[in-house]
Design a protein around this ligand. Structure first.
Ligand code: IPM
Ligand code: MN
Length: 353
């Protein structure tokens, strides 16, 4: 298969983990006889420094011309600590999501048996937990009308019927492909936008009679994902709730550095780790490349390259079993592996398989 992939390493640890992601894609291409081409483009703080725009037109074009985007992370403390900054790296990410129409963010949550002890939660509660959070990605407070002066500020949590219908459709269809259990997470006891979500989900339920649909308030859901993670199969929720919930669910997997995601919608699909740019670790060969590598696996699977995706996952599992791990998940006293070493080990495993 021929695939033209836009590569957006971004900021912080982004470039380091991206190198490993691309390395793995190249090994897969060689092994299975695919032709993958990679076009790198700038975004985030890097792009602000270079051209004053965190998602420049040229980068947009590279993404639109590609079959898929492999994205790492954006963000820089220079901007976090300056509330007056006119442009921020995160605006690049939001512009990218909006301009590519990436309204459905798919964030799988799974456990690795050998890492159960790395979670702050009890092993017996986690074992076998396997669900996916579908986060709406181009609406809600992130994009609603905003206002800020010295005495007053607001963000508007706005959703329209078509926006809600299309994300619920994705979620119901995911549930059909999985264990046919959908949980709609909202705050319908307080928020009007949530009540519209709930109304539309109830209208759509009869179209998916095989799916068991339940409804849960976000406050309750944020407890239940930790106390009863095996209850869930597919969760669908609005943008802000999904953002918060998926940092929380990374505790189930054991490290933020292990969680990949895909963002799907109107134009080029995008694959990215759930974690951010971890600027403190940039250039230190410390960051876990696995979330980026698993994002590449999701990319492969998106194009029906299931055998390829499965081999990447097998290589990741093998690296964890062999204790070839970055420091945050290394066993006490275990050998130290950096970003590069973990990525290389996984690539070599694939090449030899
Ligand atoms: C994420 C990130 C982004 C978000 C930030 C960097 C804008 O936290 O992808 O979850 O809030 O969506
Ligand atoms: Mn987030």
């Amino acid at each position: 298969m021929k695939l033209n992939i836009a590569v957006l390493p971004g900021d912080g640890i982004g470039p380091e983990i991206m190198k490993e992601g691309v390395k793995v894609m190249k090994v897969v291409a060689d092994k299975f006889g695919h032709e993958f081409s990679f076009n790198e483009a700038i975004c985030g703080a890097h792009a602000i420094d270079a051209v004053g725009d965190p998602f420049p037109e040229e980068t947009f074009k590279t993404c639109m011309d590609a079959d898929a985007v492999l994205f790492a992370a954006v963000g820089d403390p220079r901007f976090d600590n300056d509330p007056t900054a006119k442009v921020r790296p995160e605006q690049g990410l939001l512009a990218m999501r909006k301009k590519l129409g990436l309204f459905a963010n798919v964030r799988p949550v799974a456990t690795f048996d050998c890492l159960l002890h790395k979670s702050p939660l009890k092993d017996e509660l986690l074992k076998g937990a396997d669900f996916v959070v579908i986060r709406e990605l181009t609406g809600g407070m992130y994009f609603g009308e905003k206002y800020q002066d010295n005495d007053k500020a607001y963000d508007t949590d706005i959703y329209t019927r078509p926006e809600i219908e299309r994300i619920l459709k994705v979620a119901f269809e995911f549930a059909m492909k999985r264990n046919k259990h959908l949980t709609v997470v909202d705050k319908a006891n307080v928020l009007a936008s949530s009540r519209l979500w709930r109304q539309i989900a109830k209208e759509m339920e009869p179209q998916y009679p095989e799916v068991t649909t339940d409804y849960m308030f976000i406050d309750n859901a944020s407890m239940r994902v930790l106390t009863e993670p095996r209850f869930f199969d597919v969760i669908v929720t609005e943008n802000t709730f999904g953002d918060i919930l998926t940092d929380e669910t990374s505790c189930i997997t054991g490290s933020m550095g292990l969680q990949p995601s895909s963002s799907l919608g109107e134009h080029t699909p995008l694959f990215e780790p759930v974690h951010g740019s971890w600027p403190q670790a940039a250039g230190k060969n410390l960051a876990n490349p696995v979330a980026q590598i698993l994002s590449a696996a999701m990319l492969l699977e998106h194009f029906g390259l299931n055998e390829e995706g499965a081999l990447v996952r097998k290589a990741v599992d093998a690296s964890l079993d062999a204790n070839v791990r970055t420091p945050e998940i290394q066993v006490e006293g275990g050998a130290q592996y950096g970003t590069k070493e973990v990525g290389q080990w996984i690539a070599d495993y694939i090449a030899k398989a």
